[in-house]
Design a protein. Structure first.
Ligand code: SF4
Ligand code: ZN
Ligand code: ZN
Length: 316
């Protein structure tokens, strides 16, 4: 006899071992939205009336994040605005930007698309042609643009689609490398200060598999093309170890995340926060920097000798 959903007479579409729940599609969608709501409330990710900048790449995590935040924006009285960065990776960026755009239009969400090439005179493809470690350069570029856009346009926080496994991978890897600063950043919320805007991760307690199922059950289009510069061997190995742990003990990922988010992270960040106090203003662009020139301006000046910092303020 087919198994029924725990909450209705429909046939179950999924079995969640970690919660011992069989759910139909509708109740699964409900379950995930409530899980995200639970994370928002438990970690006080938002305040009523907040203006939130949602970073949407067009991949499954950010598409699901936008969809759920849009649904919750009335409940929590949030004003959301989407931001998509066109990195100029020719075999990858156009498809992602197109899908992100389709979701903004479907939901009627205000949004901005920033083309790195047009704005700064170089693309991630250009960087990859000249330097190794392109992911680290690309990460710096994305963080800079998102933060600068949020600062200049008065957003209260930046929401990103980091899921449970992304953060556990970061936590695991920081512990293995003894990287305390990295460990302090493994949290559903990173409080901002001055020109560093608060970052929130509403999917921090939602499994990647559940995000994928949510997108499929809701027919949300997302891009699956992998970036040509993705390496990922190490992260895939660590994620594999986490999945093996989950096989043995279905709730182990949640236990691990709970101990990092609630115990280890806060202890470590109370030491690390002193370092942030030492941030100064970049001599080129005026954004927060550890040295005289910020990491973004260093990359930009090497990639384009004519680089000048650009305001990302919206013209309303
Ligand atoms: Fe950028 Fe690396 Fe991600 Fe590609 S895989 S989008 S280069 S961070
Ligand atoms: Zn049901
Ligand atoms: Zn700078």
């Amino acid at each position: 006899m087919p198994s029924k959903c725990r909450f209705c007479d429909k046939q179950a579409a999924v079995y969640l071992r970690y919660a011992n729940l069989r759910l139909c599609k509708d109740h699964f969608v409900n379950f995930i939205e409530n899980r995200v709501k639970g994370t928002i409330e438990k970690y006080k990710l938002t305040n009523r009336g907040d203006r939130i900048l949602v970073a949407v790449s067009g991949g499954k995590d950010s598409v699901v994040l936008l969809d759920i935040l849009y649904r919750l924006s009335e409940v929590y009285d949030l004003d959301i605005h989407g931001l998509t960065i066109d990195l100029g990776i020719h075999s990858y960026s156009p498809a992602y930007v197109k899908v992100a755009n389709e979701h903004y239009k479907r939901l009627g969400v205000e949004h901005t698309i920033i083309k790195v090439g047009e704005t700064y005179g170089f693309t991630v493809d250009d960087l990859a042609a000249r330097w190794r470690r392109v992911c680290s350069l690309c990460g710096t570029i994305k963080r800079y643009i998102i933060n600068r856009f949020a600062v200049e346009n008065g957003f209260d926080s930046i929401a990103t689609g980091h899921n449970l496994e992304d953060l556990l991978y970061q936590g695991f890897s920081s512990i293995v490398l003894g990287d305390l600063e990295g460990l302090a950043k493994v949290s559903p919320k990173l409080e901002g200060k001055d020109k560093l805007i608060t970052r929130i991760r509403p999917l921090a307690e939602t499994r990647e598999k559940d995000i994928l199922l949510y997108a499929m059950f809701k027919n949300l289009k997302f891009v699956k093309v992998e970036c040509p510069y993705a390496r990922g061997a190490r992260s895939l190995r660590l994620k594999h170890i986490l999945n093996m742990l989950e096989e043995e003990s279905p709730s182990s990922k949640f236990a691990f995340s709970n101990s990092i988010y609630k115990k280890l992270g806060p202890i470590v960040s109370s030491f690390i926060s002193k370092e942030n106090e030492e941030l100064r203003s970049c001599s080129v662009c005026g954004m927060p920097s550890r040295g005289v020139t910020c990491s973004f301006c260093k990359i930009a000046l090497k990639a384009n000798p004519d680089y000048k910092p650009k305001s990302l303020k919206l013209r309303l």
